[in-house]
Design a binder for this molecule. Structure first.
Ligand SMILES: [Zn+2]
Length: 76
């Protein structure tokens, strides 16, 4: 019963502190590029991206940047 309470409190905390959560999510996005996310982190990430426009934009930037890096490497 107390476990259920804690889960609710955690969720509320994430909702009321979006900035700290976005910071964590941006780290996950970077880690994802290296394929180092656990399934629960991937789930957390995709859930957050649905709600957060800022982090969707960040994901897009990371994608564009790594595409750019790939084209640089190709020229070499
Ligand atoms: Zn976010």
């Amino acid at each position: 019963m107390s476990d259920e309470c804690n889960t609710k409190a955690d969720h509320g905390e994430q909702m009321t502190h979006p900035k700290g959560h976005c910071y964590k999510v941006s780290q996950l996005i970077t880690l994802k590029k290296d394929g180092r996310l656990t399934w629960i982190e991937q789930l957390m990430l995709s859930t957050h991206l649905v709600m957060c426009k800022k982090c969707r934009q960040f994901t897009k930037n990371v994608d564009e940047m790594s595409a750019m890096m790939r084209s640089f490497n190709r020229q070499d």
